[in-house]
Each structure stands twice: as C-alpha cells, then as structure tokens.
Design a protein around this ligand. Structure first.
Ligand SMILES: NC(=O)c1ccc[n+]([C@@H]2O[C@H](COP(=O)([O-])OP(=O)(O)OC[C@H]3O[C@@H](n4cnc5c(N)ncnc54)[C@H](OP(=O)(O)O)[C@@H]3O)[C@@H](O)[C@H]2O)c1
Length: 390
C-alpha cells in the first residue's frame, strides 16, 4: 500500500538522504515541508535537491509525481501551512513523519536554537497529534543527536536525560580533574556556548516525552557525527570532523591539546538514513535509539589518515592536562577552543535498542577504516574543501 511520508528538513544533509531512501521504496509518496530561501521558492529548492538523486532527467521526471512540496516553516503555528484545506488534506493522509529540520550550529544563540529546535518541534508534534486524531498517522521519527546527553565522559544510554542546564555542565567542568584545573572561566564560558545546540535538542526530546504521554507514537533517533556517503564520500554539510580537518590543514600546528585516544564515533549518511528509515517505518514502541557506529575510531587514527592523505604534518597530540596552554596565541586559542572539549572527551554508547531492531533487518554498518576515510577525504578534495599539498 502506498505510504505518504512527510519529511521536514528535506533540503538538509540528513533529510535529503532520508528523502532519497524513502523514494527508493517505490510504494512511497514523499511530502516535503520546505522554506522559500534567498529568492528561491520551496518547490525549486526541493527539485534541485531531488535531481541530484537521479542520474538521468527521465528518471527524475518519472518519479516527480511521487514528490509533493509544502511551503512552510516549523517555527510557525501549523508549521506555516497557511491554507486550511491543504492542512486538512495533509492531516488526513500522512502515514509517517520524519522530523529532521533543525538548527545544527552548535554555538548559535540559545534563543535561536530553541526557536527552531524546541518550538519548531512542538509545532510539529501538535500537527502530528492532529494527524493521529483525524487521519492515519502511525509513527513520528524525531531526529535528535547523540550530543543531547550533554556528556563529555561516560556512557550515553538510550533513555531520556533530565533537563540539563549549561550551569550544570559548567559545574561539571570545574570539578573535572582534566578541565577544571587548567582552564580559565573565560574558556569555560566560550565552551558553554557550544552546548546551546545540544541543550535545545535535549529540551526537544523532553517535549517528545510529553507528547508520547498524549498518545503519540514517537521514536527518537540520535545519530553521532554524520559523515559523507560510505561509497562516494558525498556530503552537503561539513561539520565537526570536517571543520577540524580544515583547521589542521590550514594551521599545520606542531602540537595540539588533544588526546589521541579520544574515541570518535562517525556514521556515514547513507547508513544513518537507511537505519532511521527502517526503524521509523516499522517501530511502534516510542523508543530511543542511539544511531551510532558499534566501533568508534580513535582521534589519533583519524588525524594520522587525514595527514597522510592531505600531506600535512600530523601534529603531536598532547592531552589537555599536559598541554601548556600558554603556548597558544590568542588567535590559535580561538580556533582550537571549540575542539578541545570533544578532543579530550571519553564517551561510549549503549546501542542495545538500535542493535536489536536493526539486526532483524540484517542491517550492517560499514567499517570506518582507512579506505572509507580516504573516500571521505577524496570528496573533500573534489569540492575543494581541502587541497592536497603532496
Ligand atoms: N549532521 C550531523 O552530523 C548530525 C548529527 C547528529 C544529529 N543530527 C540531526 O540530524 C538532523 C538533520 O541535520 P542536518 O545535518 O541534515 O542539518 P542541515 O543540513 O543543517 O539541515 C537542516 C534542515 O532543517 C531545515 N530547517 C531549519 N530551520 C527550519 C525551519 N524554521 N522550518 C523548516 N525547515 C527548517 C533546513 O531548511 P533550509 O534548507 O531551508 O535551511 C534544512 O533542510 C537534525 O535534527 C540534527 O540535529 C545531525
């Protein structure tokens, strides 16, 4: 039976891959909520994204009838879908919702992160409740992040975390034997801004809990750091590890305040989309799933591979407790600060919920090995994110 799948954030990195995965299942119709932006209409923006999925124009034309664009904005009441008849038509026909729209900039002002990630999610959940009451909605897949646990040490479990405030994190950092003794208050406050995105995502998860109690079936998916396609390296957003790559390549520091044993969890975008699609479609338990790779790699391994590929000198990684921060110039501090906390963290993940579900579908994560990283780097080179020096 044809399923009507409603996707928010379909013009984004993960959302567009989710749309692609949903379209590969020929029975589906995909409805994308998108904004007009920079003089381009929502329709035009979506068609540009969709065209990239198909190698030939006729493949696109053939599939066009399975794609519907709804102009909207999650920060607005009724998701900004102004026409009432249109809204009611959608409410009646949507089967599954994938909510991927978000503001992912880590240190955007908290008010801005909250407006999109918290208020936007509440508008989406209200809309979903209408779909459940008056239509045939089965499940909502809410995309969160593994960072929503707001941890820099310990295990991230597949359960809800208490509402955490940035000050709690500050207290934790001050007490921490690694961070507390070495870092001054100014550093800590700069770091705290990087918790704005995780905090807003945590608050959004707690809203989900509230709506689950109202009877809505909502699964929460928490991917770790998403990297490009596992076969092509293709990515449309160059966050986290990509930003660090640029810093190391451009600055070529001799030493960095990083622990090379820090575990880094990377998940290719195609695998993440496939996992979330499978679970979003088939889950009816309102559970939380950590969408993380069963094997983290070490920061040292990643730095070694990146430096070999791009030809920059692999800097000596000195854990924070042993690093002389006085060595860094102010501009270096500014550049390194955002990475210091992550590069000295030690997080593991509980993946029992996700694994037991995905095992039923014989889902396997690709190995994050030298070859896969080279594939990512090659794509960075192709789009001139970094240029090889050797
Ligand atoms: N990328 C990662 O490494 C990563 C890791 C873990 C979790 N996640 C989660 O995965 C989800 C998708 O992330 P992403 O990397 O795909 O982000 P992205 O590339 O920045 O895409 C964000 C999407 O949200 C849309 N959006 C933002 N504000 C909106 C609004 N007010 N109304 C409607 N749409 C709005 C954007 O639309 P426009 O094109 O109009 O701006 C875009 O389609 C997010 O929930 C994020 O928290 C991402």
């Amino acid at each position: 039976m044809t399923k009507n799948i409603f996707v928010t954030g379909g013009t984004g990195f993960l959302g567009s891959n989710l749309v692609k995965t949903a379209l590969e299942d020929a029975d589906n119709k995909v409805i994308l909520l998108a904004r007009d932006k920079a003089g381009n209409s929502a329709e035009k923006r979506v068609s540009e994204v969709i065209k990239t999925f198909y190698k030939k124009e006729d493949e696109y034309t053939r599939n066009k009838s399975r794609i519907e664009v709804v102009k909207g904005d999650i920060t607005q009441p009724y998701l900004g879908i102004e026409n009432r008849d249109r809204r009611e038509e959608l409410i009646k026909k949507i089967d599954i919702i994938f909510h991927s729209a978000a503001l992912t900039k880590f240190n955007a002002p908290l008010s801005q992160s909250r407006m999109i990630n918290v208020e936007g999610t509440e508008n989406l959940l209200k809309f979903a409740l209408d779909c459940k009451k008056h239509g045939r909605l089965k499940n909502v897949a809410h995309i969160s992040t593994s960072f929503s646990a707001m941890k820099i040490r310990g295990c991230v479990f597949e359960n809800f975390y208490k509402k955490s405030k940035k000050l709690t994190v500050l207290r934790f950092l001050k007490k921490s034997p690694v961070f507390g003794k070495i870092l001054n208050t100014q550093f800590l406050f700069t770091q705290l801004d990087y918790f704005n995105y995780p905090q807003s995502k945590l608050e959004a998860e707690l809203l989900v809990k509230k709506y689950q109690k109202k009877g809505l079936i909502v699964s929460i998916f928490r991917p770790s750091a998403i990297i490009g396609n596992s076969r092509t390296g293709e990515a449309s957003d160059f966050n986290a590890m990509y930003l660090l790559l640029q810093v190391l390549n451009n600055m070529t520091p001799e030493e960095v305040p990083f622990n090379k044993d820090t575990p880094i969890n990377l998940v290719p975008v195609d695998s993440v989309s496939k996992a979330i699609y499978l679970m979003g479609l088939n889950d009816s338990n309102s559970r939380i799933y950590n969408i993380v790779h069963p094997k983290s790699i070490s920061l040292g391994f990643w730095m070694e591979q990146a430096s070999k590929y791009f030809g920059f000198v692999n800097p000596k990684a000195i854990p924070l407790g042993k690093f002389d921060m006085g060595k860094l110039t102010n501009s270096e501090k500014k550049i390194f600060y955002p990475f210091i906390m992550v590069a000295n963290s030690n997080i593991s993940y509980d993946i029992r919920n996700a694994k037991s579900f995905l095992d039923r579908y014989s889902f396997e994560w690709p190995n994050i090995d030298k070859e896969l990283l080279e594939c990512m780097f090659k794509y960075c080179e192709k789009v001139n994110l970094l240029i090889r020096s050797n």
